[in-house]
Design a protein around this ligand. Structure first.
Ligand SMILES: Cc1cc2nc3c(=O)[nH]c(=O)nc-3n(C[C@H](O)[C@H](O)[C@H](O)COP(=O)(O)OP(=O)(O)OC[C@H]3O[C@@H](n4cnc5c(N)ncnc54)[C@H](O)[C@@H]3O)c2cc1C
Length: 505
């Protein structure tokens, strides 16, 4: 009973409301608190950790936390090696995950990830109203928003939705309703000695196949296009190399078939035979292939549970129904509504060389959330922005340090940038971490933006963007094999690039 009466954030009016208690909601709440922004956090869940309370089912996470690294544990540079801890506002709560992993792998298990997120909440004292489901939304005459929830009505001028992209989605092919979704997967021993047909060649399909390999009689994994590996796309959107054991079984004929084929329909099987028949058409030659299966699983993806936000005018796009967003993760069509967590993928950034950001995973989304909190604090709550002065003779070393050690540039390549502005009246100021797409498109005073980029060949190299008299130019610096740019050659390259700017400031 005590817990019920102590639930924070009862229905009422708040300056800002965050919805969701997954990594996205927790990270943005922590950062908002760091900026002193009063806000409520509501979640349908009964405890923190969001999707990681349930998924991934069988396999360890895709994202690593390396206990031993070339830099000291628990420092900002260490975040390059710890992809899974949320970022606190005080140093003592950094790198929470490391102490909770049992050392058998540097990829945390799902329960370890859940424990890490729970520990972050209890150690930092974050507060969430659990068991409170948002059910509807209305725009009030004064421009504020009303949220209807299972606990009553809330109002706020600013909303941050961190509701994830975890609502099961399946295509409309005939008979698809006969397939179970990834979300309905049963305990693995229930797949013993069965013929399993998995639709979808993304991480979730391969994760299931890997987990079922010791149990299944046969596994077929099918979708029209060939699988993409994450090592080639330099992000987690392709299949993580750790999940590709089914490929080996496929190549060696170990009871796994990986098929490029469209699913034409799923039918119930004969009373005496397999429960399901899956009719496919091969992408290569349009030949029909039919498979008997005991289980058909649609690992066909997820959508964002936006409820009635589209009716309010929030534009969405693509199969995941992601909201269209500005570079600062604000709805492109309804100002005042922002997004955090994996849903922030809807702000695609520049996608240089076609490579997406890591906003769909914790290691990218956690920085977006911190940049978002600062943006909201300064633009909607008139908080003073801290922009420390940087001495002219320190600029080159400052930029090279960030390129070598800064975790934001490392995890969000060509997406987030470190910006220094050069206003003649203010001198040189550190504007902090800024979305690169905003820097490039929004205009503004003369400024330098430094980021890391990758072009798909394996190279990771710095790129410096200069904005001079409103025109943006781009200047790559040669890649260093150990990614250490505090070298005489990088210093000389950067000094040459910056000379025309620094001469003016
Ligand atoms: C199968 C799978 C495996 C993945 N593996 C990894 C991985 O290994 N590493 C990684 O970094 N990322 C992984 N991801 C991506 C992952 O989704 C994100 O990194 C992260 O969990 C998303 O956090 P989030 O806070 O945005 O959303 P979620 O964790 O999904 O949290 C959403 C929150 O919103 C709440 N909510 C939703 N609707 C409502 C409502 N109407 N009212 C109130 N509350 C609501 C939920 O209760 C929940 O608390 C994986 C995704 C999937 C689908």
């Amino acid at each position: 009973m005590a817990e019920l009466t102590e639930r924070p954030f009862p229905p009422g009016d708040y300056p800002l409301i965050v919805v969701g208690s997954g990594p996205g909601g927790l990270q943005v709440s922590s950062a908002l608190r760091g900026h002193g922004i009063d806000h409520a956090v509501l979640s349908a869940d009964m405890q923190p950790a969001g999707m990681f309370r349930r998924w991934p089912f069988f396999q360890r996470l895709l994202s690593w936390t390396k206990p031993f690294a070339p830099v000291a544990r628990g420092t900002r540079p260490y975040e390059r090696y710890d992809w899974n801890s949320l970022i606190p506002e005080t140093d003592e709560h950094r790198a929470v995950m490391v102490g909770l992993m049992d050392g058998t792998s540097y990829f945390p298990s799902r329960p370890e990830m859940q424990a890490g997120l729970e520990a972050f909440v209890s150690r930092t004292g974050l507060r969430v109203r659990f068991g409170c489901r948002w059910t509807g939304t209305r725009r009030l005459d004064d421009g504020r928003f009303e949220l209807q929830t299972s606990d009553g009505t809330y109002t706020a001028g600013t909303l941050v939705f961190a509701v994830g992209v975890a609502e099961p989605w399946r295509p409309t092919s005939p008979g698809m309703e006969l397939a179970a979704h990834y979300a309905d997967t049963r305990p693995v021993e229930q797949y013993a000695d069965r013929r399993i047909f998995i639709i979808g060649k993304q991480n979730s399909g391969f994760e299931l196949a890997s987990g079922m390999l010791p149990w299944a009689k046969r596994i077929v994994i099918a979708s029209p296009s060939p699988a993409k590996l994450s090592v080639n796309t330099h992000s987690l959107v392709g299949i993580r190399a750790r999940y590709v054991q089914p490929y080996e079984d496929h190549v060696l004929g170990g009871g796994v078939a990986i098929l490029d084929a469209a699913i034409e329909r799923i039918e119930r099987g004969d009373a005496d035979g397999a429960p399901f028949r899956v009719v496919t058409r091969r992408s290569l030659d349009s030949v029909e292939m039919v498979f008997d299966a005991d289980d058909v699983i649609a690992a066909t993806g997820f959508v964002a549970p936006l409820l009635d936000l589209p009716d309010l005018g929030v534009a969405t796009f693509g199969q995941s129904r992601l909201p269209a967003q500005t570079p600062y993760w604000e709805s492109a069509t309804v100002p005042g509504i922002f997004f955090a967590g994996t849903i922030g993928q809807g702000s695609a950034g520049l996608k240089k060389h076609g490579i997406p950001s890591n906003s769909g995973a914790v290691q990218g989304a956690r920085y977006n959330a911190r940049v978002l909190a600062r943006h909201i604090a300064t633009t909607r709550f008139a908080r003073a922005d801290e922009r420390p002065a940087v001495a002219r003779d320190q600029v080159v070393d400052f930029v090279l340090d960030e390129l070598t050690l800064g975790p934001e540039l490392w995890h969000q390549r060509a997406y987030l940038a470190r910006v220094l502005s050069l206003d003649p009246t203010e001198g040189i100021r550190d504007d902090g971490i800024v979305p690169l797409a905003w820097f490039v498109d929004a205009g503004g005073p003369d400024a330098i933006a430094a980021t890391l980029e990758t072009d798909g060949t394996g190279a990771v190299y710095p790129v410096v963007y200069l904005r001079r008299d409103g025109t943006v130019t781009e200047h790559p610096i040669e890649a260093h094999p150990l990614l250490d740019y505090r070298t005489a050659s990088a210093r000389s390259d950067l000094a040459g690039i910056l000379a025309p700017m620094l001469g003016r400031a």
